[in-house]
Design a protein around this ligand. Structure first.
Ligand SMILES: NC(=O)c1ccc[n+]([C@@H]2O[C@H](COP(=O)([O-])OP(=O)(O)OC[C@H]3O[C@@H](n4cnc5c(N)ncnc54)[C@H](OP(=O)(O)O)[C@@H]3O)[C@@H](O)[C@H]2O)c1
Length: 329
């Protein structure tokens, strides 16, 4: 066992795109679990777009950060959870965490399914996609779906789950030709475009000439405006995230034709996955058999080494990931 722990701290507030200089690694003795707590050696870390939002204020400076993490219990001072158990918790961005037993979830083991999937398609990422499709969009068989940031964690999970839920034409946008190819050849999208290649409305009408019923939006901005134009009568917009603006110091106006919201009776609804944790078991029941049969998989970019966690986070915001970005210790 390592005798020391490493923790990442944020040292300054960024304006615009953050750099490695906004973080530091701090070495300390292993944390000692208090009664009711567990000492967890962390194995996999999630770095997420919402961490960028937290860097503007919710993350305290020069203090441990939070993040979704999978680890193994090294020492338990809590009844009901034994050393050796694999657990999920949120005291991430550090190699070792002392966490209260109520704040961990012992992970179910699904034979044939990699542990990292609990941060990907079976974790908050997949749950976001599943809730977006089933609770917010209320996807019906035969509907046509457009997904922005389609090659990321939420976007790939949305594509795979939408297909299983009966979507008809599935189109997506992403930031490179390689990602476009990945979407159509690996994930099951019918067509996709690189949003750098021209005005979003024109690119969307090429891949969805007959329009769309649902827009699952991870980005906002120009693509949201384009989707409003492409949506059919009674269409729905599921607002999942706004990665297009997290690194911009000022908000840019969205080119949105508001009259179309009325004329086409459109509905736009946002949500936070944290309000839908009760749907977790339903996601397992739905997705695990398909993961086991190989019909779907958890799309992941794995970065090896806790020492590269900041690099992985910054790279994710630059679009270097395909599928969910995960750091492996
Ligand atoms: N509502 C919720 O509870 C909830 C939960 C989880 C995630 N989210 C949101 O869902 C979205 C996706 O999250 P994720 O974890 O799956 O991340 P992700 O999509 O795996 O990674 C972020 C991706 O965003 C794209 N991107 C970066 N800057 C962009 C820009 N200016 N315009 C368009 N695309 C850009 C990059 O891909 P490209 O190469 O394609 O540019 C990058 O790979 C985020 O907006 C996040 O905040 C919301």
């Amino acid at each position: 066992m390592n005798e020391t722990a490493l923790t990442v701290q944020q040292t300054a507030r960024p304006t615009g795109f953050p750099t490695a200089g906004h973080f530091r690694f701090v070495e300390s003795a292993l944390p000692a679990p208090a009664p009711g707590e567990l000492l967890v050696e962390n194995l996999y870390w999630s770095v997420d777009p919402y961490h960028r939002e937290m860097m503007d204020g919710a993350f305290a400076l020069n203090a441990p950060l939070e993040g979704r993490t999978i680890g193994r219990v090294l020492e338990s001072r809590a009844p009901g959870i034994a050393a050796g158990e694999l657990v999920f918790h949120r005291a991430g961005w550090r190699t070792h965490s002392a966490v209260a037993a109520e704040q961990v979830r012992v992970l179910p083991q699904f034979e044939g399914v990699p542990l990292s999937a609990h941060l990907g398609i079976l974790g908050g990422t997949g749950l976001t996609a599943y809730v977006g499709l089933t609770r917010i969009a209320r996807l019906k068989e035969g509907q046509d779906v457009f997904v922005s940031a389609a090659a990321g964690g939420v976007g790939t999970a949305t594509g795979r789950l939408a297909r299983l839920l009966g979507a008809r034409r599935l189109v997506g946008s992403a930031g490179s030709a390689d990602k476009v190819k990945y979407l159509t050849e690996e994930v099951g999208y019918d067509a996709a475009f690189d949003y750098h290649d021209g005005p979003a409305a024109a690119l969307l009408s090429e891949v969805a000439p007959d329009g769309i019923d649902l827009f699952v939006d991870n980005v906002g901005g120009e693509q949201l405006g384009a989707a409003v134009g492409a949506l059919r009568q009674y269409g729905r917009i599921v607002r999942i995230g706004t990665i297009g603006q997290y690194n911009k110091p000022t908000l840019t106006p969205v080119p949105l034709d508001l009259s179309q919201i009325v004329e086409k009776s459109l509905r736009m609804e946002g949500f936070l996955v944290s309000d839908y944790r009760s749907v977790q078991d339903e996601l397992y029941a739905f997705a695990v058999p398909h993961l086991r049969s190989g019909r779907i998989r958890s799309d992941e970019t794995v970065v090896d080494g806790f020492g590269r966690i900041v690099e992985a986070f910054l790279g994710m915001m630059r679009g270097e990931n395909t599928g969910k970005i995960i750091v492996r210790g």
